[in-house]
Design a protein around this ligand. Sequence first.
Ligand code: ARG
Length: 596
Amino acid sequence: MHVAFHLAADLDTALKTAAATAGLADAAAFAPEMRTADPKHGDFQANGTLGYAKARKLNPRATAEQLVAALPSSVRESYDVTIAGPGFINFTLKPATLLAWLRAYATREALTAGAAAAHAGQTWVVDYSSPNTAKQMHVGHLRSAVIGEAICRLLAFTGARVIRDNHLGDWGTQFGKLIYGYKRWANPDALAADAIEELERVYKLGNDATPEGSPALDEARNELVALQNGDPTNVALWKKFSEVSLAAFQQIYDRLGITFDHNLGESFYNDKVGRVYSELVETKLAEDSNGALVVFHDEHPRFSRNTERPNPFMVRKADGASGYASTDLATALYRTEHFKADGIVVVTDFRQGDHFEQLFLTVKKWFAAKGYRLPELHHVTFGAVTGEDGKALKTRDGGVIKLKALLDEAEERAYAIVTAKNAERETDRFSDEECRAIARTVGIASVQYADLSQNRSSNYVFSWDKMLALDGNTAPYLLYAVARIHSIFRKAGVAPTDRTLDAAATGLATPAEINLARKLAKFPDALRLAGDTLRPHFLCMYLYELAGDYSTFNTADKVLVDDPAVRARRLLLCARTLLTLETGLHLLGLRTLTRM
Ligand code: ARG
């Protein structure tokens, strides 16, 4: 029996075909609206008959009956099909179909091949993390890195060629003051010990020494002009700032499992903004406003010139300087032309919403006017990180929390939990070194998962106790489920990848077996939903529910029984749960453990 990977998509196609076969009026317009059903009613439900029939003054139930009668026999063999209420069509997977699905999607490769249809042949550029150079990454930089990486992995798993681009903030007026401070106060020993810390210190000194109207400020401005004009000393300093910053960022990225393909910061676009100015003027999208070059969007309530306080997109400032808007316009063009992007995703805090709305509006009009191909443009936003009091997360003395310190604390707290649990073990205790390694994985995974498991649009309440808890929708709970399944295979003396289980397994029988298998076959739905909406929390939710169904199964049905056929099919279910949990967690960017 051939079974499709994404069962809902397959049923959707089958129903569309049935509409034509049944000779429904206007059959091409029929949209089945397949969705995951409430398990009480079935596995998948088509809701589209209602709207379709009502719009054409047909009886929805009669239409549903026509559709069901026209379904190909393969669908009837694989599913129990029923019509419910005013005309919903419910599909329930038969146990034999479930087993066939589990046999067909038995490896990471098979899952990958099945999932690839969603973005096959497409190139996506994902712009995430993107911190400013010469400054430490702080807690505010966590979400972009973690959410961005999960999105990259989801897109890649669903078939896209993904280009990870770290759009560093490495250009701007702050470099004048930084060079001014650096030339006077930089300390070589401190630089060698912790370069970014030292750059922050001399920047602060430079900033304090150059108040508005002071001669020192003119000197700092001259440093900036010298840098912009290619002065070798200042360019060398600026390069050094970027290098040491990237090296420090990389230490964080290594801990989070992130590797960028490119670090094309704002400075990379310095020689590319000229074309933006001329094309926006040529296409009459940009206009002069007291010497500045700006774009209005009159169709938009907030970006129109006809508002009380007009807020145009500032393409070039009156003093001729480029800025965030111009570099981002040049960036969109570069990603389209050079990377041939079909999709561009930029991951930032929600406060940049207006900027990206104006950017995308401008890009759409500009590309249309020039006849350039327009990629899909997505601004993936997220809310703030707050403490449990709802206020911005701060250190005890009110300072910003450095990302490095936050990750260190996560590992330390996990270590305390791991060693305490370890002391309770009767046998097979971990060495201290093993405890450290486990704590590293658990600590970082907890921080990542806590961030990913909430809808990214909401503010994210940071709570050590919640994220490190062994119960609930947390990384420790899921990592522990993974380790537990590994231990069953160790006890059974077979590898989870052992394919002889497939042949030995006979029909799924108990309610808990069937319930777990039904959940496993919904993995493609979760991937689709998370990938289409660019919201990883849908995948988290699925994995958490899967772990729950697994635990119900584990309590109800003993796995290592004597009957070889029953044992084989239960081990098969364990193996697929493990594969799905590990694949899903890796897609989110987490590392997993075989023992915990
Ligand atoms: N550097 C910016 C910041 O720290 C984020 C850049 C996001 N990417 C972009 N293409 N604008 O807020």
